[in-house]
Design a protein around this ligand. Structure first.
Ligand SMILES: O=P(O)(O)OC[C@H]1O[C@H](O[C@H]2O[C@H](CO)[C@@H](O)[C@H](O)[C@H]2O)[C@H](O)[C@@H](O)[C@@H]1O
Length: 905
């Protein structure tokens, strides 16, 4: 059994040894790489603040990017997108490596050809500058042309760690494998670099083979243009902002444009195809994140039996935001191809369930989504870090050396640190403004506090870069002096050793994301603050945005802030720096517990075990798995029992479905005959259950004396042989919620021609089957349902979608509660009877709908607990079911079955 871990980027990629590239670079030892002397930049970088940080002769600070003259953009493709190369925003991966650009990789062909006078070398350097990477050796001048392609087709290459992708996921998988929780696994993903130039070459085949055989990695190749449209445009300009609440009301938002959708589909399809080609029965497929939302559905179409998990690492927004996406249905349907969908925290799970119920008009329960033919489990399970590897790496010499440099450099200063990707979502601008306010308000802290902000480029320079740089300049020019610089702003990444040193020496970490799925930097910070490496620096404070997933795990032991509230953030900085040791330790200990408990390895194995359970459970409910009812077995059980109880659904089971909005005057004679025949045997008790009103059922069954009736899905009960109906539901409660729901329904009614509202005693129905425009009416109906569910949550009612109608009904009285009452009464009735051990020794439940599932479940549990010797639960139709048997011949199959039982003695 193989576990396929599918993420957009493989943990490995390819580094080419290009002619003209310095060979020295490839032969450097790890140590040499870390301490190689810097090459001074040709032009001082514009966006890096002059720093007082004087390097010691044996330690090399990072290279600063080189400013290149601006030139036409050869990376723009025909759709006007710009090729961008992704890079990591979570913690740097835990290997010392060159945080290099892509000088050594093929250029994308997604763009139109560059003007002849543009040399690739300058483009490469510009890319490196943009990407904020470490200095790179200048390759020989290359044109992006056939000859350029040939260079790549023949160049030597090697497999290296990729610096893009999800570091948290990678670390969790490695940790799970190390801990023995994951044995045979194969990664599926792209190389995260342009590959058109390799097309048709032996090189490409060799790379693919090497990754497959030596690294257990399946490479997904897609054209540069598809990748660009998928990642740079659809993922980064549409999904990423919307998933992080950058609402398309903003005139600059691109969320309404969908011309890059086709690239998103293509890349998702390439992933699905790769997995389908390699899948074997019993394999597990686990797909990760918002880049691959369609893959579960695409695989499900081809492999209905596959075990598929999906985990969303980023936030899932409120349904009000998600519904702005033009392809909202397709995205949700894609995700619902999985057996289990995971989110980081409960809030995202709730949003997803509600969004599905609104947009797809499907039934959402707290456990998941009931589709017509399948159930999809939905769960929240937060990712964590890997303390074991973190512990190992922070012991390394490089970390200690950087600590020594920083201790000396920042002696007597309080350090607030941060490392974020520079996009709007991460709230770097808000953080700097809050810091500025803090310095303005607290003169006593000026000259004693330094904010070290590492900012990773998020692609092209934007207005945000300029705005952030302006604030940095303003703060520094206001408060700096010859010996002090209040903000150290590094618009580039740092290596892992520096990162760990930064987290260890900090007095506070400040995260002000406007939204973020989780935030593992804060976990790593807490871990590094245990005082093991620097005993006199420990238990630093954590200032954390309340809009991160992590914040919901930390129980306010962090200094929780709203990043939009600058004053509060500024006060939090002061509080962090002035907090007494005792309070710092108390808070840190609690936070550390969460981090240590919820590790990446734990997350990984938990999800996979949950997927196993969901898959098994869903298969039990699967129509193709649930066996057909065996007539001989049911007959044998029937004849061997003395006290039989039948609970039979009415419409769809004993008669075909009639128009829901019309009163049915009579039942077909055959149904009435079969029921009467069953009741001829006095060992039989028969109840019919329905969503219909009591008076309707009275009319329909007036010629079946001794029949028990359950009306309005359990709100009314009429026992066998009784004249009177018993109201099960609390009348006041019903009146109360109806008062709230009616105006909501009225609102939608007025806006949707051809719909009507039906009032039953205990439920309200919004019928749209005969609407003039069915499509738009069904959207209105979903909105109506979610409106009711939002507004009436506390009133113990819920709105559910049925075929052509929204039904609002109470949560506390169901067909199941009525069936339980019937069973209880029979027990009480028979208490004094010593002949029989069980009040009922045969229970048969037959149904076809959503409301019948609860009755099946309850009945099965009575059988499991041995409270009833023979339990038979039978479902009709094609929905997934809790029933133990199915009948495929519809109503006539049910009537034949009951008739046969009635005819045996
Ligand atoms: O920038 P991308 O390549 O599109 O990827 C998005 C981000 O993915 C990873 O972060 C996400 O997963 C983390 C672990 O579950 C979670 O902590 C974070 O909140 C998510 O956004 C990756 O670590 C980031 O660098 C990427 O930007």
């Amino acid at each position: 059994m193989t576990v396929f871990i599918c993420s957009l980027f493989l943990p490995k990629t390819i580094q080419f040894n290009l002619p003209g590239n310095s060979r020295r670079r490839h032969t450097l030892t790890k140590r040499q790489k870390a301490f190689e002397p810097p090459k001074p930049p040709a032009v001082p970088p514009v966006d890096v603040q002059p720093s007082l940080f004087t390097p010691r002769p044996d330690i090399t600070p990072p290279h600063t990017p080189v400013d290149e003259p601006s030139s036409p953009d050869p990376f723009a493709n025909e759709d006007g997108f710009r090729i961008q190369f992704p890079h990591s925003g979570d913690s740097p991966t835990d290997k010392t490596k060159i945080w290099g650009g892509r000088a050594d990789q093929p250029k994308s062909r997604a763009s139109t050809p560059p003007p002849a006078d543009i040399f690739e070398s300058s483009r490469t350097l510009q890319k490196a500058t943009e990407m904020g990477r470490r200095g790179i050796d200048k390759p020989r001048t290359l044109m992006r042309s056939e000859s350029h392609d040939k260079v790549f087709a023949t160049a030597q290459w090697r497999v290296v760690d990729a610096d893009q992708g999800n570091g948290g996921l990678r670390n969790a998988a490695l940790a799970a494998a190390r801990d023995g929780k994951l044995s045979d696994y194969t990664w599926v993903g792209t190389l995260g670099m342009p590959t058109d130039a390799l097309e048709g070459t032996q090189q490409k085949q060799d790379i693919e083979d090497t990754l497959a055989t030596e690294y257990d990695m399946l490479t997904v190749f897609c054209s540069d243009k598809d990748f660009d449209g998928h990642y740079t445009h659809f993922c980064k300009q549409m999904l990423w902002p919307v998933f992080h609440y950058q609402i398309p009301d903003n005139p600059k938002s691109k969320a309404y444009e969908d011309h890059s959708w086709k690239y998103y589909v293509k890349v998702n399809q390439a992933f699905a195809d790769k997995i389908i080609q390699n899948w074997k029965r019993g394999d597990v497929i686990w797909i990760h994140d918002y880049h691959l939302l369609l893959v579960p559905g695409m695989i499900r179409k081809k492999l209905p039996e596959a075990k598929i998990g999906f985990f969303l690492h980023v936030a899932f927004p409120s349904s009000e935001v998600f519904r702005c996406l033009a392809v909202r249905k397709e995205l949700l349907e894609g995700m619902l191809g999985a057996n289990l969908i995971g989110f980081q925290i409960q809030e995202y799970t709730r949003h997803f369930l509600l969004t599905c119920s609104r947009i797809l008009t499907v039934e959402a329960t707290p456990e998941g989504i009931q589709l017509e033919d399948r159930f999809v489990d939905v769960v929240h399970n937060a990712i964590g870090i890997d303390p074991v590897s973190l512990n190992k790496h922070r012991e390394e010499n490089e970390v200690r050396k950087w600590l020594a440099v920083m201790q000396e450099r920042y002696q007597g200063k309080k350090l607030i640190v941060a490392r974020d990707k520079l996009d709007h979502v991460r709230g770097v601008r808000q953080k700097l403004l809050a810091y500025e306010l803090f310095l303005n308000k607290n003169p006593e802290w000026r000259e004693n506090t330094v904010l070290i902000q590492v900012a990773l480029s998020a692609g092209e320079p934007t207005e945000l870069d300029a705005a952030v740089s302006d604030i940095v300049t303003r703060v520094n020019s206001t408060w700096a002096n010859l010996a002090y610089q209040p903000v150290v702003y590094l618009k580039q990444d740092i290596d892992y050793a520096q990162y760990l040193a930064l987290l260890t020496i900090a007095d506070a970490l400040m995260i002000t994301s406007q939204r973020e799925g989780m935030n593992l930097t804060s976990h790593e910070y807490l871990f590094c603050q245990d005082g093991k490496i620097l005993p006199d620096k420990k238990h630093g404070s954590l200032i954390l945005s309340e809009f991160t997933g992590t914040s919901s795990l930390f129980g306010r032991n962090e200094l929780s802030v709203n990043p939009w509230d600058y004053r509060q953030c500024a006060d939090a900085i002061k509080q962090a720096l002035e907090m007494g040791e005792e309070e710092k330790t108390r808070r840190w200990e609690k936070l550390y517990q969460s981090v240590a408990h919820q590790t990446g390895s734990h997350w990984f194995s938990e999800f996979l075990s949950h997927l196993d359970r969901s898959y098994e459970e869903q298969h039990k409910r699967d129509q193709t798995y649930v066996p057909r009812l065996s007539m001989s077995s049911v007959t044998a059980k029937y004849t061997s029992s003395q006290r039989r109880l039948f609970i039979l659904d009415y419409e769809g089971t004993l008669v075909s479905w009639g128009p829901v909005n019309q009163i049915i005057p009579v039942s077909p004679q055959r149904t009435l005959d079969v029921l009467n025949d069953l009741l001829l045997d006095e060992r039989n008790t028969v109840y019919v259950m329905s969503g219909r009103r009591p008076e309707e059922l009275d009319r329909v069954f007036r010629r079946v004396p001794n029949l028990g009736l359950i009306a309005e899905n359990g709100c009314f009960l009429k026992d066998c042989g009784q004249e009177q109906w018993v109201a099960m539901a609390d009348a006041d409660q019903i009146t109360n919620w109806k008062e709230s729901v009616k105006p909501i329904m009225q609102y939608y009614l007025e806006r949707t021609p051809g719909t009507h509202v039906e009032e039953r005693r205990c439920s309200l129905l919004f019928h749209y089957n005969n609407a003039e425009d069915y499509e738009s009416a069904s959207r209105q109906a979903s909105d109506c349902a979610s409106h009711v569910n939002d507004a009436c949550e506390s009133l113990r009612v819920h709105a559910v979608a049925t075929d052509g109608a929204i039904v609002v009904e109470p949560l506390d009285w169901t067909k199941c509660t009525a069936a339980q009452r019937v069973f209880k009464q029979l027990g009480e009735h028979m208490k004094s009877d010593e002949v029989h051990e069980q009040p009922v020794d045969f229970l048969m439940v037959v149904g076809d709908g959503r409301e019948d599932e609860k009755v099946f479940k309850w009945a099965n549990s009575l059988g499991d607990q041995n409270q009833i010797k023979n339990v038979i639960t039978v479902s009709l139709g094609s929905r997934s079911t809790e029933a133990a048997a199915t009948l495929t011949q519809g109503v006539s199959g049910v009537l034949n079955c009951l008739q046969r039982l009635a005819s045996v003695s």
